[in-house]
Design a protein around this ligand. Structure first.
Ligand code: BGC
Length: 744
């Protein structure tokens, strides 16, 4: 009875919320229709135009003077303008020159923090902690909004299976399921529950679509794939953000199957706007309309503008083609008034939703900005997320955690670094000494200064050797050596693809020298992609993957090394043994000649290499803890699952080690026989739980038919009856296994 009452109450609440939303939308429609009735075609076109301010420039220069254009009333949006003083000045200039007082929307790349920098996105994904990731986006939004930013070009949700691609650092890795959950959490974090609230910002899902599948991992390169792979692997994280209510989308630079995404009606109108019912607006990537010419699908800039508008691009980033050509294209009937109206309306709706028509400054003030940026609460959140993103890759003989009484030689080019530690795409993050270095972090923990030394030893890429001896001398006197190494932050991110993903420079040579000293050597890595670490895995005693951990990174690394934080991150991307294995990902197909490994009685004529095993060095989902977890008692609620029914999967997880710790319990499924081939396993659920030492927890998952669906032989998204295998464990090479049958 009571249960029914609660249900009724919930129903009534959601109905009234629904009614309220419908009322708000009617109000918005009336306002915008009224406004658009007064707008000239030039004013409408201006809403589709975005120029860059003087900030970070991430593409070709166009020579367009954004100030002059604002004065002419030709601009709907500005990117790369941040800070209350500057954005207020520009907004005022715009309003003074806009006949109908239509506010500008300011966009910026707030990817993993604004001033307080969190771990790079790939690192955050390694936390497998959705509330931590949502909090990171919330803090970033609060800071950005306080600094006059309205809109972020994030989340970046590109799935990628190629670590050569520099932009894997900006995404959530190789897996569709994990990527979709992360994408959803980030939109929720950036946008909050109500865009009108002045401490949230509009999110923008990018890069639509399949940018992460660039051939050979070379940025901006060609993409070609079946529609099945596109829909099953690459699109779901995008769809997840639509479900989360994201306000905008960005097109990608690449072509897919011969059509550049920025001119793809199939992607923008058919899938995004029609099939998914996306109501927000679509912006291009930086000069992506201009690039339709070198792509070879547009004769000239007018033709490029026509293709983009017809395809469904609502706003052009930087290139100036819409402003120059749309009116003429309309007169020549190459685009329609309805298309321009729709683009303009979508942009105006976003501005309305952000409350910009009521307060074009969104209550930004220099006091608020000062109080918000890097406030303690934000730094604490950044430390918490950084701690959760640490992945322990190896820990022989429990060399970690370190003990304060041990004498430790800290060495390596990143040991005192305050610049690279915040990673690439760090918005307005301070690279000049604000971030906590590893040295500072260690010094806060180890008070006896005789116990620690800090030496660079070598540079990241430069091969100078003159600092090596001093470092080796200190290392010789230590009980343990910790080498902090990695990539320069700008070796990852946009336009930073590598054909060699070893540790750069002579860092490995230095490690070999350290190893000769006969002391345990711990390698701490800062990098934005999986690296090839076969030698390091064979020769180092412990390896901690710290990614670029952000403003509080040095504290997080030190706390992890000294056991104040027990590492709990798991890899969101496979680490290959060597570069020739790429692309290498856990959810591959079985092939007709699957190789069973060294114990396979048939070694020839199998899908394998003759010089290296098929297995990765570290699989997707892998990561150690200072504790150990054992899995037992895998149970399914039934051996059969009814079509449209559910199945409960439960497993006991016991912390068998000496530390309390968090574990990411992962559930994978394999569809044994399908009308088309299916991956050897696919992630379908995970839970991150704190389990105290010696304790056991029973963990439940629910599988539904939705989890079993795929695009069948007729491209219908269905679950097919038949046998399924279930795997549960702490990594994608989970071994506990059971099976069930899906029946009609
Ligand atoms: C990048 C986008 C970014 C844009 C604006 C482009 O070069 O591909 O991810 O949002 O620049 O800075």
């Amino acid at each position: 009875m009571r249960y029914n009452k609660t249900l009724l109450l919930l129903l009534a609440c959601s109905m009234s919320l629904f009614a309220q939303k419908a009322k708000d939308n009617t109000k918005r429609d009336q306002f915008i229709s009224g406004l658009m009735a007064k707008m000239t075609i030039d004013e409408k076109i201006a809403q589709t135009v975005q120029y860059t301010a003087d900030g970070t420039v991430t593409g070709p220069k166009t020579g367009i003077n954004y100030i002059d254009e604002i004065k002419r009333g030709n601009v709907g949006s500005i990117l790369n303008a941040t800070g209350v003083k500057y954005t207020r000045e520009l907004q005022k200039l715009n309003l003074d020159n806009s006949r109908l007082k239509i506010p500008l929307i300011f966009g910026h790349d707030v990817i993993h923090g604004f001033r307080t920098i969190f771990p790079i996105t790939l690192g955050e994904a390694a936390s497998w902690d959705l509330s931590a990731v949502e909090l990171s986006a919330r803090v970033a939004a609060r800071e950005a909004a306080a600094a006059g930013v309205h809109w972020t070009f994030a989340p970046m949700v590109d799935i990628s299976r190629d670590p050569r691609w520099g932009r894997v650092s900006e995404g959530s890795g190789e897996d569709t399921y994990l990527g979709s959950k992360m994408a959803f959490a980030r939109v929720r974090g950036f946008q909050g529950h109500d865009l009108m609230s002045t401490d949230v910002i509009l999110a923008c899902t990018k890069h639509f679509a399949a940018y992460g599948a660039a051939e050979a991992g070379r940025d901006y390169n060609t993409v070609d794939m079946s529609e099945r792979v596109l829909r099953e692997t690459y699109l779901p994280p995008f769809k997840a953000t639509v479900d989360a209510g994201v306000g905008s989308f960005m097109t990608s630079f690449n072509e897919i199957a011969g059509v550049p995404a920025t001119a793809s009606k199939f992607l923008l109108r058919d899938i995004l706007k029609k099939e998914w019912g996306f109501k927000g607006f679509v912006v291009t990537d930086y000069t992506a309309i201009n690039e339709l010419i070198p792509h070879g699908v547009a004769r000239d800039s007018a033709h490029a503008g026509e293709l983009a508008m017809v395809a469904g691009v609502d706003m052009e980033m930087v290139g100036g083609i819409y402003m120059k050509n749309l009116k003429k294209l309309l007169a020549e009937k190459r685009v329609t008034e309805a298309q321009i109206n729709d683009a303009c309306r979508r942009v105006l709706e976003a501005k309305y939703d952000l409350g910009l028509f009521t307060d074009p400054y969104r209550q930004s003030s220099e006091q608020r900005e000062k109080a918000e940026l890097t406030k303690k609460e934000n730094l604490d959140a950044a430390l918490m997320v950084a701690n959760k993103s640490m992945v322990l890759l190896k820990n022989s003989n429990n060399v970690l955690p370190l003990r304060k009484e041990q004498k430790v030689a800290f060495v390596g080019p990143l040991v005192s670094d305050e610049h690279n530690i915040i990673g690439s795409w760090a918005a307005t993050g301070d690279r000049s000494g604000f971030a906590v270095s590893v040295q500072e972090g260690v010094n806060k923990i180890v008070t006896d200064k005789n116990k620690v030394t800090f030496d660079k030893g070598v540079e990241i890429v430069d091969s100078r050797r003159d600092m090596m001896q001093a470092a080796l001398n200190n290392a010789r006197k230590a009980d343990v050596i910790v080498a902090v190494m990695g990539e320069f932050e700008n070796m990852t991110g946009e336009a930073a693809s590598r054909t060699n993903i070893d540790l750069p420079g002579i860092q490995k040579e230095f490690l070999a020298e350290l190893k000769k000293l006969g002391k345990p050597v711990v390698l701490v890595l800062m990098n934005g992609r999986p690296l090839t670490l076969t030698w390091e895995n064979d020769n180092m005693d412990a390896i901690l993957e710290a990614w670029y951990p952000g403003t509080m990174g040095g504290d997080a690394i030190a706390q992890t090394l000294y056991g104040i934080n027990n590492p709990s991150g798991k890899l969101p991307m496979t680490f290959p043994r060597n570069i020739g294995q790429i692309p290498l990902y856990y959810n591959h197909k079985n092939t007709g000649r699957p190789y069973l490994g060294p114990s396979d009685p048939e070694q020839k004529y199998k899908s394998r290499y003759i010089d290296v095993d098929n297995s990765p060095l570290y699989p997707f989902g892998y990561g150690l803890s200072y504790s150990t977890f054992s899995y037992s008692n895998l149970k399914l609620s039934s051996a059969k699952m009814q079509m449209n029914g559910k199945l409960k999967v439960s497993v006991d997880v016991t912390n068998t080690g000496n530390y309390d710790g968090e574990e990411v319990i992962q559930l994978y499924v394999r569809d044994v026989v399908g009308s088309v081939t299916r991956p050897v396993k696919e992630l379908k659920g995970f839970k991150k739980l704190l389990i105290k030492k010696g304790q056991k927890q029973t963990v439940d998952f629910e599988l539904t038919t939705e989890d079993l669906k795929f695009y069948n032989i007729d491209m219908k998204f269905v679950a097919e009856p038949g046998d399924f295998e279930v795997f549960v464990g702490g990594s994608s090479d989970a071994i506990l296994k059971d099976k069930f049958e899906l029946v009609k």
